[in-house]
Write a protein that binds this ligand. Structure first.
Ligand code: PLP
Length: 372
């Protein structure tokens, strides 16, 4: 089977480096908030072009901590996208705020700034776009939108590690950026992990407190925080894996180029729009769009029958999730998001997939389109 992710194929050299890093932590005798976390945070902030990085327990918490550090809570609205991992919205719900859904651009699946523009109300406190599939949203437009309306731009960077827009990394455009280091992300730990990046000293200070029970100095708690810290062990692993991120991203882009040139755009299956600039996409996922829901189902079955695993990112628009208990949607609705959820399909695109395997996937998609 050609898998969506295949960690068994990781380079032996990387595995060995991770074993040594883990051993270093075991021998240090220090497991929570020590030098490994500090070193990784410093390196990550530098790479993201921000003054601070705060290691946290996971990507969901990174967004929740960002919202809480910005004093966003009950009665406030946060504009976001209906096509994303549930965690983006869950963070908004957890702080007691109301997510407001605008529609997406059908060419990319990304939050559409012109639809987002219609989502504002007097209660709007932030806009939370997602760099979905590894593609950067239109950052200059979203930055301008946030500035004009005197609200915060918070970037969900969980799928777009070190993607850049006009040379500036994601996470450095908004007031802050939230990362996940879930194992399947472009930079992943061997368990859960996350980080918040920002350049505002006060925001960084709040986030540092919030991740550690709301503690200012030992045993003093000026705010009600949470327990959400990046482990020393995960930080040590992440520092190893960071050495490989550049080559892994290059390989993801090469795989995407093979799909771009190999897969024919047809009435049956189309590709998402290519970014204007390659640095704007780190190909967390490579997504195609089928003609309709039935075609997607048949395409997925066909690929499965020739040994190609695929996933759907995401089958249910967030406002249609039962767990989305509080929300608002723009007046014009989210027709593009509904269609995308019915028709999108993600193909294997990870650093370990071979050219021969990509060729198998390409041929399977094209032959389906010829007969489908
Ligand atoms: C993975 C992901 C998250 C959540 O990250 P966790 O570390 O799993 O909590 C949030 N947003 C997006 C877009 C993601 O892909």
């Amino acid at each position: 089977m050609i898998l969506m992710n295949d960690f068994a194929r990781e380079p032996a050299e990387l595995i060995q480096a991770q074993v040594s890093a883990a051993e270093r932590v075991f021998r240090s005798g220090w497991y929570i908030l020590g030098n490994e976390v500090k070193a990784f945070e410093e390196r990550w902030a530098t790479l993201c072009g921000t003054s601070h990085a705060i290691g946290v327990g996971n990507g969901l918490d990174a967004i929740e901590i960002a919202l809480r550090a910005l004093a966003i809570g009950p009665g406030d609205e946060v504009i976001t996208t209906p096509v994303t991992a549930f965690a983006t919205t869950l963070a908004v719900l957890r702080v007691g705020a109301t997510p407001v859904f605008a529609d997406i651009d059908p060419g990319t699946g990304l939050l559409d700034p012109s639809s987002a523009r219609t989502a504002f109300s007097l209660r709007t406190k932030a806009i939370l776009p997602v760099h979905l599939y590894g593609q950067t949203v239109d950052l200059p437009t979203f930055s301008a939108l946030a500035q004009e309306n005197h609200i915060h731009l918070i970037e969900d960077c969980a799928q777009a590690h070190l993607a850049t827009y006009d040379g500036r990394p994601v996470g450095s455009w908004g007031v802050c950026g939230a990362f996940s280091f879930y194992p399947t992300k472009n930079l992943g730990a061997v368990g859960d992990g996350g980080a918040l990046v920002c350049s505002d000293q006060n925001l960084a200070q709040s986030a540092l407190m919030l991740r550690n029970y709301g503690q200012s100095v030992r045993y003093y708690h000026p705010v009600e925080g949470l327990n959400s810290r990046l482990d020393e062990l995960q930080a040590a692993i992440l520092s190893c894996r960071l050495e490989w991120l550049g080559s892994f991203t290059a390989r993801r882009r090469a795989v995407a180029r093979l799909y771009d040139s190999g897969i024919h755009d047809t009435r049956v299956v189309r590709k998402l729009s290519k970014p204007a600039d390659l640095s704007r996409h780190v190909y967390h996922l490579y997504v195609v769009v089928a003609r309709d829901e039935q075609t997607r189902q048949r395409l997925q079955a066909h690929l499965d029958s020739v040994g190609v695993q695929t996933h759907i990112h995401y089958p249910v628009p967030i406002p249609h999730q039962k767990g989305c208990t509080r929300m608002r949607t723009v007046d014009s609705g989210i027709p593009n998001a509904l269609r995308h959820a019915q028709c999108c399909l993600s193909l294997p695109c990870h650093p370990g997939v071979t050219d021969d395997e990509v060729a198998v996937v390409v041929e399977a998609v094209n032959s389906f389109a010829r007969h489908g």
